[in-house]
Design a protein around this ligand. Sequence first.
Ligand SMILES: [Zn+2]
Length: 217
Amino acid sequence: MKECSCCKQTLPFEYFDKQSTGKDGYRADCKVCKKRFIRSKEGLIKECYATQKSKAKKRGYAPPAYTEKELLDWSKSNPEFHLLFEAWEQSGYKSNFKPSFDRLNDYISYRLDNLQVVTWNENNQKGYSDRTIGANNKKTLAVDMLDLDGNFIQRFHSVSAAAREFKGLPSNIIGAINQRVSKKRNPNGTTRLITATTAYGHKWRYSTSPNDNQEKT
Ligand SMILES: [Zn+2]
């Protein structure tokens, strides 16, 4: 038996998640409290921070260039974070709606000026595309521009190049590729979830053919 650090109930060990770094091999808080915690804004951010730190350590990268507190403050002042968090709540905490942090430039370490909030699904799909196409092309994934029926029109050597064509923002095109979910406010004050499917009048997808490294972004 073990007392939960959060709800103070004394519970059998199977009510706690295992944790190798924990004093007795278990987390200090029980499963119910843990679930409640990681579904709070603060808990989510702290969890992400811990993941970033351990990932950096495991891969031999520089640790995040900010403290947990700085990430909390940054996230809480970021409207996109709140929108995505509410979308996650509304989805009933579906994992592919879960907000996470993504680096804008994968070659730069975790810095606040290199972070954006995305949904878990988006982050994972990006990782998947990166791995499929090759780590060296991380910055220069080619994208295909499609018409609204999904017919191929044109290939751009990068999202940035495509955005330039429309004097637009790369994030809008990435949103359309990843079907980004966001929350919009109705005139009567209620809200609705919007899934991005197009940007600049087109559908988009990451190109399946490998990129030419000679091309510049
Ligand atoms: Zn508890």
